[in-house]
Design a protein. Structure first.
Length: 74
């Protein structure tokens, strides 16, 4: 059902380590369940800035609307 981008048991730090250890280019991403709110998902994307190499964006759902909240996890 899901492609290789979905990782069902991966924490934010593990996502960062995995993506950065394979010399990912900017734009490389994966999707995983949120650890703090399991009913939501998180898009982890390599941005390769000096302050934030990987950006984590929570994907939430509220009655007919999808929202993306940017969460920077260090």
């Amino acid at each position: 059902m899901f492609g290789r981008f979905f990782h069902h048991n991966l924490a934010a730090r593990e996502a960062e380590q995995r993506m950065l250890s394979i010399n990912s280019i900017a734009g490389t991403f994966l999707v995983r369940p949120s650890q703090s709110e399991p009913e939501y998902f998180v898009l982890s994307i390599v941005v390769l800035t000096q302050k934030v190499p990987v950006l984590h964006v929570r994907i939430t759902y509220q009655v007919r609307f999808h929202f993306m909240n940017v969460l920077v996890v260090r």
